[in-house]
Each structure stands twice: as structure tokens, then as C-alpha cells.
Ligand binder design. Structure first.
Ligand code: SF4
Length: 453
């Protein structure tokens, strides 16, 4: 590990704390996902809390030269949405980029040659408080490599949070990534201090995880998830029973997140979403994160093809269907390989696979029926139901005012028994071959995919 001054350490670690989300790929893909916009979805859904679905921003920020900006500047601060729906800004930082693990997909793996450094807990706290005092950020997202024993790394993470909460009285949002191999008492202490705890599952199957991360064990990570989950659920139950919130000991009250690297193993989207759905069933999990695999130079997987960013995007969309639209995992439509179709979003794919459910009559349909119409999200469905009580909807313009993406919805609707459009939007697609341009990037990550999700 190199000897560096604090300024150099910050520069290196914050340069590795940049976004690994590619954004909606350019060209045809943007057309097939045109309802999406940065920070939200035109059909009424919202991206997940502090790790939103990708947005169109061109090249990933990590490709920009951090030294052009300087070290302690708000370049690693991200505007995010919390579980409660409010906006906040998080300082995102690695405690260290050193790691004793050797995960095949990760640029921080121990066999890879790169400058390594580490922030001591009090240094990290000082950095955060300085950025917070300048008004650059309201909360913290902290993650880390694992140099040496995981229990030592967990102790350092706990020390960071304990210093912030107990010595400095910081009551704001802290998202922390749990490291594999933590002891039960450490999991409980870290969860007690954090607003949100996340765990990187990486793969939905233990055998496949071993192929890409030989020192990781899915069962161990799931056991940590269950222990964290029990604590989060107990806290929620106490809150429902009237216990006042303790912002110095939030107990993971924002809900957990979990993360998967997609395409690094042969796991299909059906397998991934099946695992996700099973884990959601136990409660306490706010959302999942999906990171498309990218080959990294000087790693065992450098010769593998990149996973299309569009596949990651489709997984996020399907995850929204599970969490916000009332879809069961078994209702998601897959192609013959068990993956989500790339050419059409999962809701359209479901609608086209279930023609007997359409058209939906806009004046009488239930909320549950409306929310399954492509181009109508939960917010729009609620507004339509409310508007119908006092007004008569007369046409597409009325639906647009309520938030519907009528170019997508019209072909699936009737209004007063009259078809609004004879051709369904999804059937007009097919000009594009997403597989032609997906996965075109051969980017070099400087941080493990999904580290800051
Ligand atoms: S994925 Fe995490 S544990 Fe694995 S090498 Fe990278 S930093 Fe270390």
C-alpha cells in the first residue's frame, strides 16, 4: 500500500467512487425506452431510492479526469431519492481500494496492479464532515474493499458510523455496504447505526458465484442479509407500535438493498428475478440493484463479452413491476432463453403475451387493471381513478394531462367502448436490433460493478 497524504488518498479513492451506471444506451435503445427520463419515469414509476435506474448522460462520469476538478470537490456527490421520496445528496466514498479477495470481475481484486490506499475512520469522518459543512452533501454512502480480515474492516466501518452518530451527533442518511464475513454482533451494530445497509449478492446461485468470486459464499451473504432483515423488520414493527424514531440509531429503517452482477455468470434473468422475488417475500428489502458485467483489463474475465446495458435496464424495469405494479415473478414474460426481451420493455412484453387482458376500458377499469397498461404507471392510474369520480374523460388529451404516455397506452385502451388506437405501440417496434449495439462499450471499471448502488 502506498504512502500518501490525505489529499492524495482522497483524490484516489474518490476517483474510484464514481458512477458505474452507463445510462440508457444511445440510438435505437433510447427509442424503445423513450418513456424514461433522468430522475423519473413518464409512466408514473419512480427509480429506486439512492441507486436509481440509469439515465441518459453519455459517457460514464468515471471516464472524466478527476484531477481536472480537484480532490475535495463535490464530484462524487449524487443527488438521490430516499425511501421516503425526498431528494438528498450523498457523498460516496471508498474507505479503501485495497482488497484481499480476488473476484474475477473486479478491478480492485488483489492480483491486479493498481495504486492502493486506505482512509482511517477518523480521516473519512473528517472528509465527510468538511463536505457536509460546505453544504455539498446531506448524507454519506460508504463502501470498501476488504484488505485483510473482514472483521477488522467491519470494525472500521462501525467506527466511522459510531464517530458520526455518537461523537458528532450526525442524524442524516448513511448508506453502508456490509462486507462478507462479518460477525453477528458487528452486523447488528452496523445496522443499528445505519439508515440503509446493502449486501452484494453478485449472483443468484451459490455455485455460479464461486466461479466468479472463489472466496465468496452466497449462503454466508444470505445469512447476513437475514440477520440484517430481522433487525430492520423488528425496528419497523416497533415504529408501527409507536416507538418514536431515533435518528442516531435508525436501525436500517430505510430498508435494505441487494446487488447482482448481471451476465458474469450463465444465470438467466428468470433465475435472477426468481431469487429477487423470493428475497422480497421476507420483507425489509427496499429494492435490488443490477450491474451489467464489463470485462476489466488484467482480470481473468478480460476476454469476456460485455453484458448489454439494456439488459440491466430491463431488469430494473421488471423489478419495478414486482415492487410497485403488483406483478408476481411468474407473470414476467421471458424469451426462449429465460431472459427479458431487449426489444420491448417488460410491461409491454407482458401485455403482448396476454392479449385477453386488453383492451382496458378507461372509464370503468380498476386501478389494478389500469396500472398494467403500458404507458400508465401507479401515479397516473391513481389520478385516472380519482378524476373519474368528478369528471368524464373524453379523449387522449385528458389522459395525457393525467400523466399517461398515450403513444404507448392508446392501443391497449378503449374509452366509452371506442378503441383509441388500432395498432399497439409495441407492435410498431421491430425496426431496431438492440443486440447489434448493446454491449458495444468495452469500458474499464476502476471500481467493482455495483459498488455504489
Ligand atoms: S468485488 Fe469486493 S471483495 Fe471482490 S475483489 Fe472486488 S472489492 Fe474485493
Amino acid at each position: 500500500m502506498q504512502s500518501m497524504g490525505l489529499e492524495q488518498k482522497i483524490d484516489l479513492l474518490m476517483s474510484m467512487a464514481l458512477d458505474d451506471q452507463e445510462g440508457v444506451p444511445p440510438g435505437p435503445r433510447a427509442t424503445s425506452s423513450h418513456h424514461q427520463r433522468a430522475g423519473g419515469w413518464r409512466d408514473g414509476t419512480e427509480p429506486a431510492a439512492d441507486e436509481q435506474a440509469p439515465s441518459a448522460r453519455g459517457l460514464p462520469p468515471r471516464l472524466r479526469h478527476t484531477k481536472d476538478v480537484g480532490a475535495l470537490r463535490p464530484l462524487n456527490i449524487r443527488n438521490v431519492r430516499t425511501a421516503g421520496g425526498t431528494r438528498t445528496t450523498l457523498l460516496r466514498i471508498l474507505m479503501t481500494n485495497a482488497c484481499s479477495f480476488n473476484c474475477h470481475y473486479c478491478p480492485m481484486r488483489r492480483d491486479r496492479n493498481l495504486p492502493r490506499t486506505l482512509l482511517k475512520p477518523d480521516e473519512l469522518v473528517r472528509i465527510f464532515l468538511a463536505a457536509h459543512a460546505r453544504g455539498w452533501c446531506q448524507g454519506l454512502f460508504i463502501t470498501t474493499g476488504i484488505p485483510g480480515r473482514p472483521v477488522k474492516v467491519m470494525d472500521d466501518l462501525i467506527q466511522v458510523l459510531a464517530l458520526l452518530r455518537e461523537r458528532h451527533g450526525f442524524r442524516g442518511y448513511i448508506h453502508v455496504k456490509m462486507v462478507p464475513g462479518a460477525e453477528d454482533a458487528q452486523i447488528e451494530r452496523l445496522t443499528a447505526l445505519a439508515s440503509r445497509v446493502s449486501l452484494n449478492l453478485e449472483a443468484p446461485c451459490g455455485e455460479h458465484l464461486t466461479q466468479i468470486a472463489p472466496e465468496k459464499n452466497l449462503a454466508t451473504t444470505v445469512a447476513a442479509l437475514e440477520r440484517t432483515r430481522a433487525q430492520v423488520l423488528a425496528g419497523w414493527a416497533e415504529a408501527r407500535a409507536g416507538r418514536p424514531p431515533d435518528r442516531l440509531l435508525p436501525g436500517g429503517s430505510a430498508g435494505m438493498t441487494m446487488q447482482f452482477v448481471v451476465g458474469a455468470t450463465s444465470d438467466t434473468d428468470r433465475t435472477i428475478l426468481g431469487t429477487v422475488s423470493d428475497l422480497y417475500a421476507g420483507g425489509g428489502i427496499h429494492h435490488s440493484q443490477f450491474s451489467a458485467f464489463r470485462p476489466i483489463r488484467e482480470t481473468p474475465m478480460e476476454g469476456m463479452k460485455a453484458t448489454p446495458a439494456l439488459r440491466e435496464h430491463r431488469l430494473y424495469q421488471a423489478d419495478h413491476l414486482l415492487r410497485q405494479y403488483g406483478f408476481a415473478a411468474g407473470e414476467i414474460a421471458y424469451d426462449d432463453n429465460g431472459n427479458l426481451p431487449l426489444s420491448v420493455d417488460p410491461k409491454c412484453a407482458w401485455a403482448l403475451a396476454n392479449p385477453e387482458r386488453f383492451p382496458v376500458e378507461i372509464r370503468t377499469a380498476s386501478y389494478e387493471e389500469l396500472v398494467r397498461v403500458p404507458g400508465i404507471g401507479p401515479g397516473t392510474a391513481r389520478r385516472i381513478v380519482a378524476e373519474r369520480r368528478t369528471a368524464t374523460l373524453r379523449g387522449l388529451a385528458d389522459l395525457r394531462k393525467l400523466g399517461a404516455v398515450t403513444t404507448r397506452a392508446a392501443g391497449f385502451l378503449t374509452l366509452g367502448g371506442r378503441r383509441l388506437q388500432s395498432v399497439r405501440w409495441a407492435e410498431q417496434l421491430g425496426f431496431w436490433r438492440p443486440e447489434e449495439e448493446t454491449g458495444a462499450y468495452q469500458l474499464q471499471y476502476e471500481v467493482s460493478p455495483g459498488t455504489f448502488r
